[in-house]
Design a protein around this ligand. Structure first.
Ligand SMILES: [Zn+2]
Ligand SMILES: [Zn+2]
Length: 146
């Protein structure tokens, strides 16, 4: 299985992403921009998940009722994102990965929340916050019906 290693800015948190990319999204919502200092948030989930090698300085912050954001308490780097209901399904920040070769963006999400100060690229489909939430609810229902 393919492995990609990654780390935060100070190197306190180290991780490995296993397998292939399931989905790589760019989120333009105001929370992601606030957390990251103004830019969009790039993250991907992998078929084999993420394992943390060192994580003493990894803290999960509950930014909303459903999601939480992993960051390094020493350097402040954004490391990962996950749903509180699915802590095993971690999306890793693309900026944390040492090698991002071959990773392509599947969609730009919360595009209706994007700011005026940059233009959202058209390299992948755009989804509004409403579209993202509708897809999320549909997937939840499918999972429950299995
Ligand atoms: Zn760090
Ligand atoms: Zn966001």
């Amino acid at each position: 299985m393919t492995k990609r290693t990654g780390q935060c800015l100070c190197g306190g948190v180290t991780l490995t992403a296993h397998g292939d990319v399931i989905e790589a999204d760019v989120c333009h919502c105001s929370m992601c921009r606030r957390q990251g200092g103004g830019g969009a948030y790039f993250a991907a989930r992998f078929t084999g998940g993420i394992t943390f090698e060192t994580s003493e300085t990894l803290k999960w912050y509950r930014g909303s009722t459903h999601g939480e954001r992993g960051f390094c308490t020493d350097c402040g780097a954004s490391i990962a994102w996950r749903l509180q209901a699915h802590p095993d399904k971690v999306g890793v920040s693309l900026g944390a990965l040492n090698d991002t070769s071959g990773i392509q963006i599947n969609s730009h999400i919360f595009t209706d929340n994007g700011p005026d100060y940059y233009t959202i690229p058209t390299d992948a489909p755009h989804k509004t916050g409403q579209q993202v939430m509708t897809e999320f609810m549909e997937r939840q229902q499918q999972a429950e019906n299995k």
